[in-house]
Design a protein. Sequence first.
Length: 119
Amino acid sequence: QVNLAESGGGSVDAGGSLRLSCVTSGYTYGTTCMGWFRQAPGKERETVASIDFEDDTTYADDVKGRFTISRGSAKNSIHLQMNNLKPEDTATYYCALDPVGTCHAYNFWGQGTQVTVSS
């Protein structure tokens, strides 16, 4: 059974930072892609960032230069360093795993962690 567990959410003031982590279990690291997504109340889920098995990364335009996605040394974890947070970053953040590695077929999802940014 594949499990993804996020941590690191919380409440910060605008301009602050948070570091999210996602640890996977039950899956052997291979040609995977992992990503961070977020969903704010009343809005659709959106892609925040992704990292593939070659450590190539992509970012949504509104987080470029502020957020950094990275893999942990054990390869079964990813992190999202979020700097200069804005109130519009407030959302539930989810990590997801694409076992095929295309970064478009996320079959496994975590439960989410809440990020709240106050102005």
